[in-house]
Design a protein around this ligand. Sequence first.
Ligand code: SME
Length: 169
Amino acid sequence: MLEIISFIPAAMSRDEQYQDLLSNISAMVADETDWISVMATTVCELHHKFDAFNWTGIYRVTEPGILKIGPYQGTHGCLTIPFEKGVCGASARSKKTQLVPDVSKRSDHIACSATTQSEIVIPICTPDGTLIGVLDVDSDEINAFDDTDVKGLEQITTFLGVHYASIIA
Ligand code: SME
């Protein structure tokens, strides 16, 4: 009887893909002390990891109550978002992750792209709790994000906050 031995590795779960991603990003930026390089590398790695990520970027806190666009991948993003506006502003105000399965049902959503259907925004804080920005991921698919994304992306923003603190120390 013919025995078929498969050398194709089992597909990684999304949770495993996030762990893989975090390990790649941390290895890539381990010795990097330029914060823009760290943000740009992280955003690039994230954006190309998952097909459902259509816009991936970081908004930075540049003055009290103001978010300004940082490195991003995708089509044009809004340049300035005050804390009182948008899903990004809600995340900045509350320092909590905002998971929006359907942006049409979220009244404060700012539509930078007409094709966006769902969104997740995660705050980026240093270990002492200082907010330095938010990570925003948009998808053209409805309900593209779930608890696996919340966990995986929060691990990445925690890493970014720790790395930023080490750069400015
Ligand atoms: N949708 C965001 C604005 C940023 S863009 O999507 C790139 C918001 O509501 O804050």
